[in-house]
Design a protein around this ligand. Structure first.
Ligand SMILES: Nc1ncnc2c1ncn2[C@@H]1O[C@H](COP(=O)(O)OP(=O)(O)O)[C@@H](O)[C@H]1O
Ligand SMILES: O=P(O)(O)OC[C@H]1O[C@](O)(COP(=O)(O)O)[C@@H](O)[C@@H]1O
Ligand SMILES: [Mg+2]
Length: 533
């Protein structure tokens, strides 16, 4: 039995998927052997491409083979095909959907008279609908932010599955017991997603909906009872931050979780969380398959850091950037009002600097933005401290925005981890504050240094309007995905369209800021900072 609190890389088994007959795009049908060497090679090529912008894959793909592009696209289709309960439960039958916005009168409680309306309604998603994952045709590997598959940066179409309600569903609503669990740290919007999942489940006709208290822990702790949920219970929960259900890190084993689900009769599980939670969700999905349970496990990515692969953004991120403005503004006012003032703001971002970068850009008050993806020196003639001295001499004050994962190489490592196995980072903000004070004392010039860490104030807030809408669409699509019979999937927004991804594809590594991207360059233009190397 394996505990849940392990580093993701040890747990993830990237497995082949079989494709459900009516949801494969016809020209790109799954390969007979999706676990071929080519699959593995291309996966690593693609991962490398994400971090290095362009790749030389001559050693792994034979570009002289006129069919290389078609092979790549087939492999891609296999990788991004979404698991379906009929992959293992071959006799699972489908029913006409009970989700039809032409039938908004309350549905009969037991559906004994059959399912609503056979009339044609053009509100469903076809299983073969797809969304393009990449929309830019880079004509050269040197183009800003270019991600290329071959050295010539050829245009290769990469399609992913469109999210939304299907005409056929694989669960009878009266036989569904749906559960929702929220794991990891807080993030604005959790309550909005819970609310939408409950409301949409009720529209399908589900009567048994429960919340699992305090993350995965709620599956094993007998003192924590399931929380019954309904539209009445969730009606106003989005007006508060946090999670109605509570959150936690660490927790029971996958076996314990699935045992508990079986005991309680849960056959739809909605899992709200980040990369760790999704690794857990995928393990639960795999265990359900192993036991041949007719269960749908669907994730909704929750990461304030916006560090999940392939998605335009995750909920809570916009709110975090907006809330960060208040901290930055306070730091600016403190610095500007002091004699030779320096304000330092630390923002969230364990491995990705999206919040720091966007908050810096939005505020226009940041002189130095430091993110995990871009190494920097603090000391020395090119270092941050020398630049701060220059800023005090030329502007009279300065404001620094640092992401929590930045400059970890400058801090002493502790190897400490939290209950989920995440490395506990050193406090880079406090370190910069101390070193700044020390530096100005040593050079014998005054500096008034103020440090603000708004992390928990930001995390605990309620979602802003744009995140509220994102949560609404994601929550609704999670329910549509489960009813359509998909499992081991997560929902996301991709090039402004909503899609389903197989979970492993979005958590192989964190999404990071590309230091060669236009957005990072815009940030540098805005701050006017030099390279600190
Ligand atoms: N590799 C993993 N496999 C299975 N479960 C995991 C894994 N990593 C984390 N978890 C579980 O997922 C939950 C949330 O993980 P955590 O890393 O704290 O937050 P997040 O989901 O936001 O990354 C915890 O209960 C943790 O035990
Ligand atoms: O104090 P906690 O709960 O461990 O959370 C701190 C961490 O949570 C985060 O907000 C991220 O949370 P997740 O791991 O849930 O995405 C980090 O930015 C921060 O380091
Ligand atoms: Mg995480």
């Amino acid at each position: 039995m394996e505990a849940l609190s392990r580093p993701i890389k040890q747990t993830l088994v990237l497995r082949p998927r079989t494709s459900h007959s009516d949801h494969a795009l016809l020209p790109l049908r799954s390969l007979k052997n999706p676990k071929s060497n080519l699959t593995r090679t291309l996966r690593s090529v693609d991962a490398k491409a994400r971090t290095e912008k362009h790749v030389s894959t001559a050693a792994t793909i034979d570009y002289s083979d006129p069919g290389w592009k078609e092979k790549y696209q087939k492999e891609f289709e296999a990788r991004f095909s979404i698991p379906h309960i009929t992959d293992v439960i071959h006799d699972a039958v489908s029913y006409p959907s009970t989700f039809c916005l032409k039938m908004r009168t309350p549905l009969s409680p037991d559906f004994t008279n059959g399912y609503p309306t056979d009339e044609e309604w053009h509100g469903y998603i076809n299983n073969n609908d797809r969304v393009l994952l990449k929309v830019i045709h880079f004509s050269s590997p040197t183009s800003a932010g270019a991600q290329c598959i071959d050295p010539a940066c050829t245009w290769v179409e990469q399609w992913v599955h469109r999210a939304g309600p299907r005409e056929k569903i694989y669960f009878k609503p009266e036989e569904v017991k749906a559960a929702i669990v929220t794991c990891g740290g807080l993030c604005p919007g959790l309550n909005d997603v819970i609310r939408q999942i409950v409301i949409t489940l009720e529209i399908y006709g589900v009567k048994q909906i429960v919340g699992i208290p305090f993350g995965y822990r709620g599956f094993s702790d007998s003192s924590l009872a399931e929380m019954p949920l309904s539209r009445t219970v969730v009606q106003n929960i989005h007006l508060s931050g946090g999670s109605l259900l509570g959150v936690s890190r660490g927790g029971p084993t996958v076996t314990e979780i699935v045992d508990s689900m079986e005991k309680s009769g849960i056959n739809m599980l909605f899992v709200l969380g980040g990369n760790g939670t999704h690794a857990g969700a995928n393990a639960i999905h795999e265990e359900c398959r192993k036991r041949r349970l007719r269960v749908a496990v669907v994730g909704v990515p929750k990461t304030i850091d916006n560090d999940i692969l392939h998605m335009d953004k995750t909920f809570g991120f916009d709110t975090a950037v907006e809330e960060a403005q208040r901290a930055i503004y306070s730091a600016y006012i403190e610095a500007h009002s002091a004699y030779r003032g320096i304000g330092i703001v630390k923002l969230m971002g364990r491995s990705s600097g999206f919040i720091a970068m966007q908050a810096s850009l939005a505020s226009g008050q940041i002189d130095i933005c430091l993110i995990p993806e871009v190494p920097f020196n603090l000391h020395g003639p090119q270092g941050v401290l020398s630049h701060l001295k220059h800023l005090l001499e030329t502007k009279g004050s300065a404001v620094v925005c640092v992401a929590e994962g930045a400059g970890q190489d400058l801090l002493q490592k502790t190897n400490a981890t939290d209950a989920s196995g995440n490395v506990i980072l050193g406090d880079i903000g406090a370190y910069i504050q101390q070193e700044t004070k020390k530096f100005f004392k040593e050079v014998g010039v005054p500096a008034d240094v103020k440090y603000i860490d708004p992390t928990y104030m930001i995390r605990a807030g309620r979602a802003n309007a744009s995140d509220g809408i994102l949560c609404t669409v994601l929550g609704q699509n999670a329910v549509h995905g489960a009813f359509a019979g998909y499992s081991g999937i997560t929902v996301g927004i991709c090039n402004t369209h909503y899609v389903y991804f197989p979970i492993p594809e979005v958590i192989t590594e964190p999404k990071v800021v590309d230091p060669n991207s236009r957005m990072w360059h815009r940030c540098l233009t805005s701050t006017g900072q030099p390279d600190f190397i």
